[in-house]
Design a protein around this ligand. Sequence first.
Ligand code: FAD
Ligand code: SIN
Length: 543
Amino acid sequence: MSKHISTDVLIVGSGAAGLTTALKLAPYCTVSVLSKGQLSAGSTLYAQGGVAAVTDRSRWQSHIEDTLNAGVGLCHQETVEFCVRRGQEAVEWLIDQGVGFTTEKNHEGATSYHLTQEGGHSERRIFHVDDATGKAVETTLEQQARAHPNIHIYEHRLAIDLITAHKLGGKKNRCLGLYALNCGSTEVETFVANHVVLATGGAAQAYLYSSNPDTATGDGIAMAWRAGCRITNMEFMQFHPTCLYHPKAKSFLLTEALRGEGATLHLPNGERFMAHRHAQAELAPRDIVARTIDHEMKRHGLEFILLDISHKKPEFVRNHFPNLYQKCLEYGFDLTQEPVPVVPAAHYTCGGIMTNLHAETDLPGLYAVGETACTGLHGANRMASNSILECLVFAGACAERIQAQLLEKIEQFEIPAWDETRVTDSDEQVVVSHNWHELRRFMWDYVGIVRTNKRLERAKRRVELLRMEANEYYGNFKVNRDLLELRNLVDVSNLIIRSAMSRKESRGLHYTLDYPAQKSITEDTILVPSNFHAHDALTRASA
Ligand code: FAD
Ligand code: SIN
């Protein structure tokens, strides 16, 4: 008999979004946290730049305006204000948990937090821990979560699919829990909870070159879609302009804070090209910098362009960027002495599961927080360091919502165990690995920084074939991690392609040669699954 675990709240994912939600709820109920790898594996661990947050109310408006500008008319003003106004509380909560943000001393010897700057920000407002903010955040939250008696941690558990009341014949739909693969024992376990939170991160692994860790396969987005939730704005995949170009560096990120502290971008002949392109030059919003780099690389047939901070004092570079300095040295580059080769790579999924200000999705009992959600904060292009802020703010909002409902009586169902009677062991795992590679290659070539109708059509034909094959495998063979992630990546890539095809304009991160102009009306792309039930659906308003 496979394991059956009941808990008040089930959280899938243990990055900033998942662990913050868990810690905020743990004083009131039992919380189980699932993570498909070790607890710390996820994008949060790798965040470099920091957390954008304004502690002086008189500067809120400028953070709001910068976010709206970066999002090119598609941000939801209400969400932007909601996040910016809760920024101070969010960083103070992190400080209370033990995150030691970098400080500086002024001329009189008084200590304050050192704030850095990144693309799109018109002023310094980014709290950071040197150049490895994510590591400090993730390890601190991990420590707190492991120490809490109400938090039960299940590592190496890969959530497969949500269990809904409709699937079990219930009249009123609700999320009841999920099935998860125990990657150690290969058994499929059943997790049952009145409240399920998806905090599974983004989907940048859909692309061949990505700054993200292997966990970023869009599992939450794919699961929510299959369970009947609407998915929004998937065409807006963000490419980070500066990942180290080196055969051994797996798209190692060189933080935008380098440019915030004065680094410049150059062609191999030394020409500085961003200054002609945008008033903010290297600190223009990320979509513009990545697209300009892509254009210059294609125009000159380059494999990389150069990022240079060697004009700053070596001591300044080593003090501000100790980890990057060290890591670059390992790859043979001295940041203090020479420019380093960089290329763009898929970095952040701006779209995701449609949620409201309480992190509710279309499926009652199911919430989504962090990169997997689309709250309306980022619009057509996320501003740097607004992501961890969003994780923290919406984890708080989600926890408040769940806490308020903990005493409600919820209809209980007899939940069947996972059925493996009709499947066998996979005979040809090579199909799965081949399809992984094929998918990520054509997504990079056809659905990347610059798109056309023809490329998207090609991608659509290919993804449909891969979907058929992945579903056939899923239906016939015992599940394993690679197969499940491929199935999710294929579903999510299909959503990206469909969204990109439906946007007949260029806006923010979605740039197409067939519709280079921006329309005067602004509209989200909302994909509606066939099993969507309008009467259950969330309203986007805050209510
Ligand atoms: P993640 O931290 O990615 O966590 C996802 C979790 O879900 C993981 O625990 C994973 O194992 C788990 N999971 C996924 N699928 C399943 C499944 N099926 N079953 C069980 N568990 C599952 N943002 C900023 O604001 N500031 C920065 O400076 C910054 N720098 C960045 C640098 C890099 C290199 C990268 C990659 C991103 C950066 N970002 C930054 C973006 C930011 O780090 C992420 O958007 C954010 O950390 C996402 O947090 P999350 O909790 O939503 O997801
Ligand atoms: C970076 O440090 O450049 C990444 C910041 C972000 O993605 O928000």
